[in-house]
Design a protein around this ligand. Structure first.
Ligand SMILES: Nc1ncnc2c1ncn2[C@@H]1O[C@H](COP(=O)(O)OP(=O)(O)OP(=O)(O)O)[C@@H](O)[C@H]1O
Ligand SMILES: [Mg+2]
Length: 436
């Protein structure tokens, strides 16, 4: 592309945006009362100037102005009035900071083949979430994928933290939902009981930049939590278990640290198991419950637990089985034949629950900090569809999420900051573990 071609394209883009800004100005006059008043004041001024234009010639006391000049002034006054009107519309339709935004994007290389950066056409508060600003850009032919690849650069250029980027009006506009960089995530988000979801069986994890992050166990039955030490896994696990308990689920917890992580109130209200042989027994019981529920559902012709509970008087509770450090539990290093057999039985039972638990209301929440690829066997892992990872290196992030997002997007000093499998970063609620 020659320099001339580029100049022509740039000129056309600019003309096009002039018209667009005028249209946006008209919309702003219609929607914003003070902008409407501003335009009305201008129009009244212009009419007054027109009406009293005779007084403009007051200086011409000696009749020096020729009639031609007077006619010209007569013509120019309305022309100026119209030009002024258009200029005001363009001004009202031009978002604040548009030039700086365009230059910023140009600097970080978000440009098309003609060297043009996207043009900011509107900037407003998000009506759904008042913490967010929506930046609307004419992408100038740059596909959304390229915006996503350059997200970190765009954030630096515009000094924002981006929550999401979407197409709008077909593919004419790219919408960037963001908060100012300095507002970012709060380091601490205390849990409040009113956050407990009334919906069956929705658990709340924390808040992303845009909204609360939740998981519905009726659709996504099992959760895999990862993160390096101190990332906040245990707190998040307990937050989920506390909600499950409040929603009247039966909670089973396997904990090989002797329960030190779980204060007395937990030990009183949940089924705890501290040893491998009791764990095998508990898992066996849960598989038996699963089989029994399977028969009950078949007999009554109900497709799942919710349908059964709706139809029957005798309600069956959901069951949540949790293990905080699942790698510790399933580690075979140095295990003798006997122990290996025990572990493979534990694995088999976990795999059955993972495979069939959804319809019968039996859920697994497993957490791990150990990045060994074979620590959670494939047949369990492949059924754990809701993945959450806290601060992690690329290997652990890869094991939990299947990509390096946690390594790239969670700051190394963050606590309680997680990312889900679909790329949503959130701050988990911090809750007082001493109560249930
Ligand atoms: N949601 C949160 N918000 C703020 N701080 C948190 C949050 N969750 C955890 N923390 C802080 O991080 C510390 C470590 O959390 P936690 O024990 O859950 O980490 P962990 O990932 O389980 O670590 P480990 O793998 O060593 O057991 C907590 O004591 C708390 O101070
Ligand atoms: Mg822990």
């Amino acid at each position: 592309m020659t320099r001339n071609d580029k100049d022509t394209i740039t000129r056309r883009t600019e003309n096009c945006h002039l018209l667009r800004r005028m249209k946006a100005g008209l919309a702003a006059v219609r929607d914003t009362p003070y902008k409407g008043a501003l335009l009305a004041a201008y129009l009244v001024g212009a009419v007054l100037v027109w009406l009293f234009r005779g007084h403009l010639f007051i200086l011409d006391t000696y009749g020096m102005f020729s009639p031609v000049l007077l006619a010209l002034i007569d013509l120019l006054v309305p022309l100026y009035a119209v030009a002024g009107l258009l200029a005001i519309l363009v001004l009202l339709g031009t978002p604040w900071g548009g030039k700086a935004a365009r230059e910023g994007l140009q600097k970080v290389g978000l440009v098309n083949h003609a060297g043009e950066a996207p043009v900011l056409i509107a900037k407003r508060q998000d009506t759904d979430n008042h913490r967010l600003m929506v930046w609307e850009f004419d992408p100038c032919g740059i596909p959304l994928g390229e915006w996503e690849d350059k997200q970190a650069k765009i954030e630096t250029a515009l000094n924002i933290t981006i929550a999401k980027m979407t197409w709008a009006e077909g593919r004419k506009i790219v919408r960037v939902h963001a908060v100012p960089a300095e507002s970012d995530f709060p380091a601490l988000l205390p849990w409040k009981d009113e956050y407990l979801s009334p919906d069956n069986f929705v658990l709340v994890l924390g808040e992303s930049l845009t909204e609360p992050v939740t998981v519905n166990l009726t659709n996504i039955p099992h959760i895999l939590l990862g993160g390096s030490t101190g990332s906040g896994k245990s707190v998040l696990l307990k937050l989920l278990l506390m909600q499950a308990y409040k929603k009247r689920a039966e909670v089973y917890i396997a904990d090989f640290k002797g329960g030190v992580d779980f204060p007395k109130i937990w030990r009183q209200n949940c089924h705890m198991c501290f040893r491998e042989d009791t764990l095998l027994y508990v898992l066996g019981q849960l598989v038996a419950v699963l089989e029994c529920r399977k028969e009950q559902l078949e007999e009554t012709g109900c497709k799942d637990l919710d349908a059964y509970n709706e139809a029957m008087e005798n309600k069956l509770p959901r069951i949540v089985f949790a293990c905080d450090e699942v790698a510790e539990m399933l580690d075979r290093t140095g295990a003798d034949g006997e122990r290996k057999k025990l572990l493979s039985q534990i694995e088999n039972r976990l795999a059955t629950l993972a495979r069939l638990g959804r319809a019968f209301g039996i859920h697994l929440i497993l957490a791990t900090q150990r990045p060994d690829a074979n620590v959670i066997p494939g047949q369990i892992r492949s059924n754990m569809d809701f993945r959450v990872c806290g601060r992690a290196d690329s290997i652990l992030s890869g094991i939990i999420l299947g990509n390096g997002d946690a390594d790239e997007q969670i700051p190394k000093d963050a606590r309680g900051r997680f990312i889900t499998g679909d790329g949503t970063v959130f701050q988990a609620y911090l809750f007082d573990e001493g109560r249930l």
